[in-house]
Write a protein that binds this ligand. Structure first.
Ligand SMILES: Nc1ncnc2c1ncn2[C@@H]1O[C@H](COP(=O)(O)OP(=O)(O)OP(=O)(O)O)[C@@H](O)[C@H]1O
Length: 485
């Protein structure tokens, strides 16, 4: 079942529920499933929205495997499941304390049902899925053709952000409004924002979508003031159904532009238009942002993108090589993925540099050549200073046990879990081979390490709690390595 293929989500969910009747007690179904609904399907993953965070946690922890197998059964093939939380209804406009919000008369004249899907997706037959083609109908700076959902590799680090963006693109202003995505440089925020634009505009051909960076918004606003053309400026931003505003952190230091954006936000939100925002930090950490804007940013859903894990970095490199028709041996991709961990732009840059260098030399991109190129580009980073013994001691401390217990042959559940996490981190954070890692963990076989690695990588996609633990531990380990070095 590819994304572009026909999928009737409601029917898939109905059949899964039928299957679950035999698997779960009536009470479990009523408590956890009655108000849970399917909100999207992409890249072999079904997205469900639970009514509140507690339901999501319970579904995730207690019924994750059962749900996945019921949905896979209904789909006729293996699918992944991601559970999100349905957005709380936005506050009533009348609750807004701000009297200066624009009146109806100022609002965009956008009327009529822009949200008429191109066609019911279940009737699309062999038509390509909306993300298969880039959009042409957007206002403002054109969207980058390459920033579509089908080019976005999903991993544990961006799964929730992707799920939320996808839900918004499928039903603008119905899922989360605003959607606020934050994360470090080069982690895919712009890509996700623009993917929302492409997807939505292809699904709803009459939809007006505008993508803008907050810097462009500021510049246009300054121009509008100096030319006395505020009205056309306001119309431009309020006459849209989806506003995608990138790098909003730049607004924090601009008082007047903030004020203008505040009114734009209100006009759009009151008129039930979708706003998607990206930033390098969460609203709470935007020190100079006015409180009333910060509150509004927190109305909908806030989700982060973290640096990708090794598996995702490799998947991104593989996808990129295939798209660009680059022939790069797997060991070179591994080297790049191992060396560059915190910025996907740099990851892609390294791939391009290695292949470009090889082509200039008239040779193949071999491991030796890649090592030379990468050494110049990215001098050794602190990740190489992380030792397996440091990983073991930090992990043991984190889980409240000793290193001896961690390496022992005991198979209590708690020990096995901690051991598998430590093995996963050893694979992620060091250059050691599987057998060497196995040796360090009390002489275990390389296949045990491989199994642990796969298991933790797999579970991290489903269990946010485990993902958070691994993130937290990684940062503790890196901090200790730095202070030791
Ligand atoms: N999950 C992903 N799958 C495939 N490519 C990705 C992914 N995430 C990011 N990229 C690619 O990495 C590059 C950088 O991404 P992008 O510009 O969206 O990052 P950003 O978070 O907006 O960065 P900045 O904060 O610096 O603006 C782009 O070429 C993008 O296509």
């Amino acid at each position: 079942m590819s994304d572009a293929a026909v999928i009737d989500l409601a029917d898939l969910w109905r059949r899964s529920l039928e299957h679950l009747q035999h698997e779960l007690t009536g009470a479990a179904q009523r408590t956890w499933l009655a108000e849970t609904e399917p909100v999207g399907f992409s890249h072999g993953t079904v997205y469900l929205a639970a009514p509140h965070p507690f339901a999501r946690e319970q579904l995730d922890l207690r019924y994750g495997d059962t749900l996945r197998s019921a949905l896979s059964h209904a789909a006729g093939e293996s699918v992944e499941v991601v559970i999100t939380v349905r957005a709380a209804p936005a506050p009533e406009a009348s609750q807004s304390p701000d009297a200066s919000a624009p009146s109806d008369a100022d609002r965009s004249p956008a009327d009529g049902p822009a949200l008429e899907p191109r066609a019911a997706r279940s009737e699309q037959g062999s038509e390509p899925g909306p993300e298969a083609f880039p959009s042409q109908q957007t206002a403002g700076p054109p969207l980058n053709d390459k920033y579509t959902f089908d080019r976005f590799v999903i991993g544990a680090s961006n799964r929730f952000a992707h799920a939320a963006a996808f839900a918004v693109a499928e039903a603008p202003a119905k899922a989360y409004n605003p959607l606020f995505v934050y994360g470090g440089a080069g982690l895919g925020k712009t890509h996700l924002l623009q993917a929302v634009g492409h997807y939505a505009v292809n699904l709803y051909p009459r939809l007006r979508v505008r993508y803008v960076t907050s810097e462009q918004f500021t510049n246009e606003f300054i121009d509008a003031i100096s030319n006395g053309r505020q009205v056309p400026f306001q119309r431009r931003y309020r006459d849209v159904e989806v506003l995608l505003i990138d790098d909003v952190q730049f607004l924090a230091t601009r008082e007047r532009t903030q004020e203008e954006f505040f009114h734009t936000f209100n006009a759009l939100h009151n008129a039930e238009k979708q706003i998607v925002i990206s930033s390098d930090r969460p609203p709470k950490q935007m020190g100079q942002l006015e409180e009333r804007l910060r509150t509004r940013f927190e109305w909908g859903l806030i989700t982060d993108i973290q640096p990708p894990d090794l598996e995702t970095r490799l998947a991104i490199l593989r996808k990129k090589s295939a798209q660009e028709h680059l022939h790069v041996p797997p060991e070179v991709l591994e080297l790049i993925a191992n060396r560059i961990s915190s910025n996907i732009r740099e990851l892609e840059g390294a791939l391009i540099r290695v292949t470009a260098f090889a082509s200039l030399q008239g040779t193949e991109p071999t491991l030796g050549l890649a090592q030379t190129v990468l050494k110049d580009l990215f001098p050794e980073t602190s990740t190489n200073e992380v030792s397996v013994s440091l990983i073991m001691s930090e992990t043991a401390r984190y889980f409240g046990m000793t290193v001896e217990e961690l390496c022992s042959s005991s198979r209590t559940r708690q020990l096995v879990n901690a051991r598998q996490v430590a093995m996963y981190l050893a694979r992620e954070l060091t250059d050691l081979s599987l057998p060497k890692i196995g040796d360090a963990f009390g002489g275990r076989d390389h296949s045990t390490v491989m199994h642990a690695n796969r298991k933790v990588a797999g579970l991290m996609k489903e269990r946010h709690a485990l993902y958070d633990q691994v993130q937290e531990l990684t940062s503790r380990i890196k901090t200790s390595a730095q202070s030791a070095g």
